[in-house]
Design a protein around this ligand. Structure first.
Ligand code: T46
Length: 137
């Protein structure tokens, strides 16, 4: 099994609709200091994204609308998880290969990230990722 965790947030809904609050300075909710957030939306049907790992970055990803599948691969095991719940974020540690597939046309992925954007932190070649995992990278 790939080492990942779901982080559940309380739904503060009432008769008007739903609301989820994420207190970014509160490490009980988000186990790292959030330095960046981004969102992915209007992904075209049939398009896949990701295909990389991060050397140091930790992230929490939520489908705050719609759904998609995320493949997580730690170099030994590979697992697919469904993102479809705005109250449940997936905590992805560093050195996990990820791919996103099967986006619904209305999917909005919100991602909280532990570091600022750094292209040098990406491993975009799967063979290099496997070599890194084996300590040869
Ligand atoms: C991840 C998955 C879940 C920036 O300039 N700043 C940013 O903060 C980000 C996230 C991206 N970019 C640029 C880099 C590329 O030129 O935006 C372009 C698209 O990024 P990328 O091809 O890396 O997008 P995805 O959807 O494949 O991956 C993204 C994140 O990059 C990645 O960290 O884990 O979502």
């Amino acid at each position: 099994m790939v080492d990942f965790n779901w982080i559940e947030f309380q739904e503060l809904g009432d008769s008007r609709g739903s609301l989820v609050s994420i207190e970014v300075g509160n490490q009980k909710q988000v186990p790292f200091e959030v330095k960046r957030l981004y969102y992915i939306y209007r992904t075209e049907e049939g398009v896949s994204r990701g295909y990389h790992a991060h050397k140091n970055l930790k992230q929490i990803a939520f489908a705050i609308h719609g759904n998609c599948d995320m493949v997580l691969d730690d170099g030994i095991n590979r697992q697919t998880v469904r993102l479809d719940d705005p109250t449940k974020g997936i905590l992805i540690e560093n050195m996990v290969w990820r791919e996103m597939h099967n986006f619904s046309s209305d999917c909005v992925l919100l991602v909280l990230a532990s570091e600022h954007y750094d292209e040098g932190d990406y491993i975009r070649d799967y063979q290099r990722f496997i070599e890194h995992c084996a300590g040869k990278g």
